[in-house]
Design a protein around this ligand. Structure first.
Ligand code: TEU
Length: 553
């Protein structure tokens, strides 16, 4: 089937299923819950959903540890529920992309169970088992959640590689059978009508087979040998050719520590690998070395540079994703220079304005459209995320001071973004009638869907409008990006240039009123979007965000 590139017109909403809506009052979100909220999503204006994993899983990492790629996890519902959800989505003009974790499986997957203790198992070579060096691991690689990336298995006196928890063994993509398995998995879901995939940590699937030690200082040791590894592009091309290209599907790859060269290859329109990728350069502008535990003051110039780099670099070559929240990131309220208090709503609208008029496909994470905030958990025991526990343990082993952890954990915990969706102000925020799996934020009393819908100046209604404007303006898709004030520490001003007309996007990332002196503003223009009711061409109000359509002459 011809690929129609519908993803360029998509506005994608990410659902984290366990936190979205609980239909059977067990405290856990589920598929029937999602079905009951499809009209809400339709009214927001989105036309595609990215669903975090709902496959069978022991949930060591909330579903990112899959034990059966062909079935739906019972706590989320049944395959029939899934099919109903898909058809109810399609009925409303909403497409569905699934989250596919291909780098690793759960240790409870039958492949791994068979491989673990039997060197002759046909599945042994699906994973990466190696002999140790004396009494030590095969090499010095470390994992994303802290600690060593190898686990010793006494029965066969060997180690297996796991770049996440030890319950998430890495697959061996150099084994053609592993690639065949995923070609089958992709075909299975596409045959059911699924419209594409978000491919988890896809740029680490190909490991340099020499398994060398990484010398010198690095927080993630070994990265040099598995990030954008030797056969990455070849394997993705095969998956595309043998599975994806047979459907009108899209893919977005999650790429960690990506670089321009690989981004061009991964998303290049003439290369048949992925439709687009998520990179984290911009969300890493408030930390050192791309590691969120190493906190650093946000800088707008770094932010603009990170976003702009791919706008320019992929122009006419590939396609960008546009996002600043997801289930791994802390909430954007109070982040990226926005305000968590007086200007919470205004600054959230500004942020959306300045990012979603870039070139690419917007992704909105559940609750972002309400300005939901970080979790208000204060007690370690209320956290649920395995990453938080592992990092806490590693930090204690390294004797890092408690005062550091007191700041770093509430800042970096992924549960910040995973608290139950706030539908109303009732005890469990309308998410459930039962105590949810993760603590509801007390600010559900005023940050919730019910309030947002009834309040015409809410973030929710602004998002509705933003999506509409975006969909109506061809320049959003085609206009050439130009940063007008790259050095400004408070203003993000850019053009999306067309032949006769252009879009001018202005955003004030500060609490100050800022004088403007831009000749573009004085050209004949029409205001398409504004988070204030007024606009004057010589200044921007605190956190003002605005989109103008201007005549080029
Ligand atoms: O995330 C990959 C990833 O790199 C993040 O785990 C990141 O290192 C971490 O969130 C930093 O805090 C993907 C999924 O999005 C994540 O939820 C999974 O835990 C992970 O892969 C393993 O599948």
């Amino acid at each position: 089937m011809k690929n129609t590139k519908w993803f360029k017109d998509a506005v994608i909403y990410q659902i984290y299923p366990r936190s979205f809506k609980d239909s059977n009052d067990d405290g856990m979100g589920d598929i029937k819950g999602i079905i009951s909220k499809l009209d809400y999503l339709k009214n927001l204006g989105i036309n595609c959903v990215w669903l975090s994993p709902v496959y069978e899983s022991p949930n060591r990492d909330n579903g990112y540890d899959i034990s059966d790629y062909y079935s739906i996890q019972k706590m989320f519902g049944t395959m029939d529920d899934f099919k109903l959800m898909l058809s109810e989505m399609h009925k409303r003009g909403i497409r569905l992309i699934m989250d596919l974790v291909m780098n690793h499986t759960s240790d409870q997957h039958p492949w791994f169970k068979s491989a673990l203790n039997d060197v002759n198992s046909p599945y042994r070579d699906y994973y990466i088992f190696r002999k140790g060096k004396g009494k030590k691991e095969p090499n010095n690689w470390t994992g994303f959640f802290g600690g060593k990336a190898w686990e010793y298995t006494p029965n066969t006196d060997s180690y297996y590689l796991h770049l996440f928890t030890k319950e998430q063994p890495d697959l061996n993509w150099d084994n053609p059978k592993v690639r065949e398995e995923f070609i089958k998995v992709i075909r299975f879901w596409c045959d059911l009508g699924v419209d594409g995939f978000r491919c988890d940590v896809i740029n680490i699937i190909s490991k340099d087979q020499r398994f060398l030690n990484q010398k010198g200082w690095a927080l993630l040791k070994g990265g040099k040998y598995f990030i954008n590894g030797p056969h990455l592009h070849e394997y993705l091309n095969q998956i595309n050719k043998e599975a994806l290209s047979h459907y009108d599907s899209m893919t977005v790859g999650e790429t960690v520590f990506s670089n321009m060269d690989d981004m061009k290859k991964l998303t290049g329109e003439d290369r048949d690998e992925l439709s687009m990728v998520f990179n984290f350069d911009h969300t890493s502008t408030d930390c050192f070395f791309g590691v969120k535990w190493l906190m650093r003051k946000f800088s707008l110039t770094r932010w603009k540079k990170a976003l702009g780099k791919y706008q320019v670099g992929l122009q006419d070559i590939g396609w960008n994703s546009l996002f600043y929240e997801n289930h791994d990131q802390r909430r954007s309220v109070g982040r990226f220079n926005t305000d968590g208090k007086e200007y919470r709503e205004i600054s959230a609208k500004m942020l959306a304005t300045s990012v979603y008029f870039l070139k690419g496909t917007p992704f909105i994470y559940e609750g972002q459209e309400l300005g939901m905030t970080n979790s208000d958990i204060t007690d370690m025991k209320d956290y649920q995320d395995v990453e938080t526990f592992n990092i806490y343990k590693t930090a204690r082993e390294l004797h890092l001071p408690k005062s550091y952890l007191k700041k770093a954990i509430p800042n970096g915990a992924r549960d910040n973004a995973r608290t139950p969706m706030q539908w109303d102000d009732s005890e469990y925020a309308g998410f459930s009638n039962h105590q949810p799996w993760l603590k509801v934020n007390a600010n559900k009393s005023f940050i919730n869907v019910k309030e947002s819908i009834s309040n015409p100046s809410s973030i929710y209604h602004y998002y509705q409008k933003l999506i509409k404007v975006r969909q109506e303006e061809k320049l959003v898709k085609d206009g050439i990006y130009e940063d007008l004030l790259p050095k400004s520490k408070k203003i993000y001003a850019y053009l999306r240039k067309g032949k006769d007309e252009s879009l001018l996007v202005l955003a004030n990332y500060s609490k100050d009123t800022i004088r403007l002196n831009l000749k573009e503003v004085n050209k004949p223009h029409k205001v398409l979007l504004n988070n204030y009711s007024e606009f004057s061409s010589d200044k921007l109000l605190p956190y003002q965000g605005i989109v103008l359509k201007i005549h080029n002459k």
